[in-house]
Design a protein around this ligand. Structure first.
Ligand code: NAD
Length: 489
């Protein structure tokens, strides 16, 4: 069993706690690690180390700081397969999906390696005779990330490389459900040889999070997780005067127009809805068919859902893994049940799934629900499982209205061959990530990532220039150097 330890001041520290959470391989039910539920003492120790490391790290030239990131990028590349296998074992997604999330993680490190250009300031000379105005970007100090279970490797990298490259020091709090991936990545971070205290990791759950939120020396927090917790994090961190961004849950609509290429659309929508067992914040979960799109899409999506191969993600040919836990499986099955009670028809029903040789696994097969009723529980609630709810309308206007009526706004997609429809949708839809003939509109590392409405609380987003903005504070200097003074030298 993997031993999970904190990493503080460049040392592996044995947590002095009595409570642990089990990390379970969701395909087998086997306990593969135990996450220590740390709290204030460990967060205090990590913050002290990061605070002490900050002055020297900040003064390290940016060109030198990014040399550590180049090394980290190489180590992540060399160990790509190994990291993927750990993700599959603790999180359940297939090896292909696990490796794909690390591609985005690596890409973020690569983008942050451009920091010498990205964090440069600005200068305006002679705003008045002999007076210049300069804008500098300076790091904040100690920053922290609180991560969810569904991307154990990638999500921390929306932030960490930018924070380090801009001169901040860092604390990572991984999800207690999937602590092995970051444990392994921190072994790579150890090999990189950052100066002591620059990057730290504390494991735990609510106590660790609350200690991060309340610590006076932590200046900025990024959070990714469910909406209720995101709201709590945003409120409490802001009350404590911290810079904070909190990404929340989602319920992503996809609109299918009658002129869409139906074969391609169905394949892409199925990959989006059922990939990663639907446990992806950009997964489409609500398909809205417009006019004649209904019949052909329904038939094809039901075929795609029923033919998906479900099993342990490290086995050959598996297209979908289990959901994260027994609790999650029960919640998903309960929501499907509620949906049918409230008027939906289960065209493909994934409840009660067992997989041969993996009887201890928490599998839910892809599910397709037709005639989902507006305002029913299955419509309102984020399912976070492989369940596609379907609704039908007659016009694109009605479809966009339906999509925009939801509290979430993480992603919305449209499938069409009409440029005019695409433009209308792009213009009117209320979502932070928009796909046109794309099922998972995940921005590249050099674009900002975040949702709208109840999917995001904050201002600056993750990745790219937004992350540079988030992890730096601007200082404007106005200087007077009268010409006549130069005669003195
Ligand atoms: P979660 O909210 O349960 O947990 C996220 C983090 O918050 C974990 O580190 C956990 O330890 C901590 N936490 C949980 N409850 C807490 C509490 N009461 N007080 C303080 N801290 C607490 O989320 P999850 O189940 O790990 O992840 C799934 C959720 O994350 C889904 O809702 C999904 O949509 C969302 N998500 C969003 C994005 C995005 O970019 N918007 C990306 C990935 C996942």
């Amino acid at each position: 069993m993997t031993k999970i330890m904190n990493y503080i001041n460049n040392e592996w520290v044995e947590p002095k706690v009595s409570e642990y959470t089990e990390v379970i391989n969701p395909a087998t039910g086997e306990v593969i690690a135990k996450t220590p539920l740390c709290g204030k003492d460990e967060v205090d120790a990590a913050t002290k180390a990061a605070s002490e490391a900050f002055p020297a790290w900040r003064q390290t030239p940016v060109q030198d700081r990014i040399q550590y990131l180049f090394k980290l990028r190489d180590l992540l590349k060399t160990n790509h397969d190994e990291i993927g296998r750990i993700i599959t074992r603790e999180c359940g997604k297939t090896l292909g999906e696990a490796k794909a999330e690390m591609v985005r993680a690596i890409e973020n490190v690569e983008v942050a390696c451009g920091m010498p250009m990205m964090m440069k300031g600005e200068i305006a000379e002679d705003i008045a005779p002999g007076i210049d105005e300069i804008m500098l970007r300076q790091p904040l100090g100690v920053c922290a990330t609180i991560a969810p279970f569904n991307f154990p490797g990638m999500i921390t990298f929306w932030y960490l490389p930018y924070a380090l490259a801009t001169g901040n020091t860092y604390i990572v709090k991984p999800s207690e459900k999937v602590s092995m991936t970051m444990q392994f990545i921190f072994e790579l971070i150890e090999q990189v040889g950052f100066p002591k205290g620059v990057v730290n990791m504390v494991h735990g759950a609510k106590d660790a999070v609350d200690s991060i939120l309340d610590h006076p020396d932590i200046r900025a927090i990024t959070f990714v997780g469910s909406t209720n917790v995101a709201k709590y994090i945003y409120r409490r961190a802001a009350e404590n005067g911290k810079r904070v961004q909190a990404q929340g849950g989602a319920k992503n609509p996809v609109i299918i127009m009658p002129d869409a290429d139906m074969e391609m659309t169905t394949q892409i929508v199925a990959d989006s809805a059922f990939g990663c067992a639907g446990q992806r914040c950009l997964a489409v979960s609500l398909a809205v068919t417009v006019a004649e799109a209904r019949n052909s899409f329904t038939e094809l999506i039901c075929d795609a859902a029923s033919s998906r191969t479900v099993g342990f993600g490290l086995d050959e040919g598996i297209q979908m893994g289990p959901v994260i836990s027994q609790t999650s499986k029960e919640n998903i099955e309960q929501l499907i049940g509620l949906g049918t009670k409230e008027g939906a028809t289960a065209l493909v029903d994934g409840r009660g799934t067992t997989v041969k040789n993996y009887e201890g696994g928490t599998f839910v097969r892809p599910t397709v629900l037709a005639n989902v009723q507006p305002d029913s529980e299955i419509w309102k609630t984020e399912v976070f499982g492989p369940v596609l709810s379907m609704m039908h309308v007659q016009t694109i206007e009605d479809a966009i209205k339906l999509a925009n009526s939801h509290i979430y706004g993480n992603q919305a997609s449209l499938f069409t061959s009409s440029g005019a429809a695409a433009r209308k949708f792009r213009y009117e839809v209320e979502a932070g990530n928009v796909g046109i003939n794309i099922g998972v509109a995940a921005p590249m590392a050099f674009f900002p990532f975040s949702g709208w409405k109840d999917s995001f609380f904050g201002d600056m987003h993750g990745q790219g220039m937004d992350a540079v903005e988030f992890f730096t504070q601007k200082k404007v200097v106005v200087e007077r150097w009268p010409k006549e003074w130069s005669r003195k030298f």
